[in-house]
Design a protein around this ligand. Structure first.
Ligand SMILES: [Zn+2]
Length: 313
């Protein structure tokens, strides 16, 4: 089955935004196929295991030759981004999988990742599907700022910790493929992607690092290509700082982690807005993510707040 695709030009490459429609949802999880001027290609974030057959069909249709897919570039190993990497490799055995050094062991032996995903995401993890183990020989662990050439179109790796300690983004020309490091942009609104063990200070540095490169567009994993990038990055930075300040205040008022979402919703409308957005796109399975993100900020402040009060102010 072919998935919905949108085509963009970035530098000398073509970028295809592929909608990884899971369980009939749309506009929720993106995979990006980047094709160099002579047909060499990379996929950025294959997405979850579930539905990988349609992704493989779509990539094959766009490339015409499976030998052309040289790279599977993961922003991070969470199931909705890297869960399908092992499945995709079976279709495109010439590809090497790029992953941060801290993520690599969990691709080779995904049992801990799977167990943690079941604990945190429950049925949503089952919906995404269990990741396949990947032979070490297929992995490549890039250095920060290492570059990849697709027939001369250059993709640069950028370590962007915060959402996860093993998060990387990829830069092609004026576009940053930001995974979850620049938030999620859905229903024309920016929302936090900050589940435990989110690190606020690292996330802010990563946003500033991306902004310093003066990109024009952001390719969000959730969802789509949007601009102006520097404004969106500033807005996301401010959103994180405002949320940290609000949550820090609520904590001092004695609000517990269970009641956090309703208090934040009273102050911002963000929780109901996000849930409504997910419902409108057929993605009830993602609706709880907003609570998990708020709890991630709460847990960060609980552990590091006293040292980082300046960040939250
Ligand atoms: Zn994600």
């Amino acid at each position: 089955m072919m998935l919905d695709v949108e085509e963009y030009s970035v530098s000398s490459a073509k970028v295809y935004l592929i909608d990884r429609s899971i369980k009939g949802s749309h506009g929720i999880i993106a995979s990006y196929l980047v094709v160099g001027p002579r047909g060499e290609a990379a996929v950025i974030d294959p997405g979850p295991s579930r539905g990988h057959e349609s992704l493989a069909d779509t990539i094959f249709h766009l490339l015409g030759d499976k030998g052309r897919l040289k790279y599977i570039l993961l922003t991070h190993i969470h199931l909705d981004h890297g869960g399908g990497a092992g499945d995709l490799l079976e279709y495109f055995p010439n590809a090497s999988i790029y992953v941060h050094p801290r993520g690599a062991p969990h691709l080779i032996d995904p049992s801990k990742l799977w167990k943690a995903s079941l604990e945190i995401l429950g049925d949503t993890a089952r919906l995404y599907g269990e990741p396949k183990p990947i032979d070490k020989g297929h992995l490549h662990i890039p250095r920060n700022e290492e570059s990849i050439s697709l027939d001369g179109a250059t993709i640069t790796v950028l370590y962007t910790p915060g959402h996860a300690s093993h998060h990387m983004s990829y830069i092609l020309g004026d576009t940053v493929f930001a995974g979850d490091s620049a938030g999620t942009f859905q229903c024309s609104t920016l929302y936090p992607t900050t589940p435990f063990p989110f690190k606020l200070v690292d996330a802010i540095s990563s946003i500033e690092r991306m902004r310093s490169l003066k990109p024009r567009r952001i390719a969000y994993a959730h969802f789509g290509i949007h601009e102006p990038a520097s404004e969106l990055l500033s807005l996301y930075r401010q959103l994180l700082l405002d949320l940290a300040e609000l949550i820090w205040r609520l904590m001092r008022e004695g609000v517990g982690v269970e009641e956090l979402a309703s208090h934040v919703d009273m102050a911002t409308g963000m929780v109901s807005g996000y849930k409504e957005c997910m419902r409108s796109r057929g993605a009830e399975y993602m609706a709880d993510q907003i609570e998990q993100s708020l709890q991630g900020i709460y847990r960060f402040l609980e552990r590091f707040g006293p040292q980082h009060r300046g960040v939250a102010r």
